[in-house]
Design a protein. Structure first.
Length: 237
């Protein structure tokens, strides 16, 4: 993991510099999978942005400056503004009450909780996401975050499937198994999205095996609570 090289590329990125310019006076942070994959050297058209300021106003300023199609996903205060261009997709969310560092601690896995302030840094990483990324670890920030939004349990399996270099820690597995019954109250479309992405990943078999072993898939369907879970789900893969 050549972090210094990646950070130089982030500083030099014409798109990120333009985003910072168009959003001013608001402050933008690259975060989530958009930052994680760039640190891994994986091309990603998605740009996940946390906004310190009026996120709706920033979304409209970026649309005026960059073009593209702007849509609102969800409802305030947990809404995401998505701006889709020809070669990129921006997802903008407001920073949670309490500021950037508080927002970081409310996220799912440490590798998704790093923040890069546009355009020139610094990199904010109070949970040790960079070290975990270098070691290939998927570590949960706080167990309570999984209970608050149980779809994050499936996101852990999805990351195993789509990023085979990352593996769940034993502690993360315990927390995900404990929080998995909450999946029964998650909207079907959110579960469907996670499963669709998971099933396209090169590590799909190991993710499904973990889902069976930890009882996560059993929380989604009664037939996957039996000893035949592994055989049934691997037929899908």
């Amino acid at each position: 993991l050549d972090t210094a090289h990646v950070l130089r590329r982030l500083r030099a990125s014409p798109l990120l510099r333009r985003l910072a310019r168009e959003a001013a006076p608001a402050t933008l942070y690259l975060t989530g999978g958009g930052l994680r994959d760039r640190l891994l050297g994986i091309a990603n058209r998605d740009v996940d942005l946390a906004v310190e300021g009026d996120v709706e106003a920033v979304a409209h300023r970026l649309t005026a400056g960059l073009g593209g199609t702007l849509v609102l996903l969800g409802a305030p205060p947990n809404a995401t503004w998505r701006l889709v261009g020809r070669h990129w997709q921006l997802d903008l969310v407001g920073i949670a009450t309490g500021g950037v560092r508080r927002d970081i601690t409310r996220r799912d896995f440490t590798v998704n909780a790093m923040f890069w302030r546009l355009p020139s840094g610094p990199l904010l990483d109070p949970t040790g996401g960079l070290d975990d990324l270098a070691a290939g670890r998927l570590a949960v920030i706080h167990p309570a975050n999984l209970y608050q939004d149980p779809v994050r349990v499936l996101r852990g399996l999805r990351l195993m499937a789509t990023r085979p270099g990352l593996s769940l820690t034993a502690e993360a597995e315990r927390h995900m198994a404990a929080a998995s019954p909450g999946l029964q109250r998650v909207a079907a479309e959110r579960i469907t999205f996670e499963l669709e992405v998971l099933l396209t990943g090169p590590g799909v078999r190991r993710a499904l095996r973990a889902g069976c072993r930890l009882g996560i898939l059993g929380a989604l369907h009664p037939s996957w609570r039996s000893d035949s879970c592994r055989r049934e789900v691997l037929e899908v893969a």
